[in-house]
Design a protein around this ligand. Structure first.
Ligand code: HEC
Length: 143
């Protein structure tokens, strides 16, 4: 624990390179959270028992994450930290940000529209389309 705290303090003192590493780690963590949140609704779409609380929890993670993500791609964080972010993000930042705004808005709309299993099956895929659509353009395969 002490060592971890000391490392954190050091990281915060030692300049831009590590600060960028932090931003990359943060956005990867947020996306991992989005991926994790998708597991339960994904299973429900494949026929596991519907649980509206889990669906709403996932949608809340999406909305929260979408609001945070745009700010985590500052100039200078294009590479490093095993990022899979594509350089295209920095060439089309407005489009990239707009996609996160849409993802967040779709998650909120779905949270309002989903009241039962039928509405879940109709609305959830619309939200999940955002994942692949964005990754296709703005995420590179890990080498
Ligand atoms: C508007 C763009 C966008 C949307 C929408 C989006 N992602 Fe991502 N995702 C990214 C980018 C960019 C990365 C690469 C992050 C990095 O390495 O900096 C990523 C990375 C990931 C990762 C890997 C995280 C890691 O590094 O371990 C997972 C898992 C993931 N996304 C899941 C999802 C899921 C599931 C959804 C939909 C529910 C989703 N994403 C929606 C842009 C998006």
């Amino acid at each position: 624990m002490r060592i971890a705290v000391a490392a954190l303090v050091l990281a915060s003192l030692s300049g831009p390179a590590l600060a960028q590493g932090d931003v990359i780690a943060q956005r990867k963590d947020i996306m991992k959270g989005v991926g994790g949140a998708t597991r339960d609704p994904g299973r429900m779409l494949r026929g596991e028992p519907f649980d509206i609380a889990k669906v709403k929890a996932a949608l809340a993670v999406y909305a929260d994450s979408a609001a945070k993500m745009s700010g985590l791609y500052p100039a200078g964080s294009e590479t490093g930290g095993e990022t899979t972010a594509s350089p295209k993000i920095w060439q089309a930042k407005a489009d990239f940000d707009a996609r996160f705004a849409k993802f967040g808005a779709d998650a909120k709309a779905a949270a309002a529209a989903i009241t039962d299993e039928a509405s879940f099956k109709a609305e959830m895929p619309k939200v999940l389309q955002n994942c692949g659509a964005c990754h296709e353009v703005y995420r590179i395969e890990k080498k």
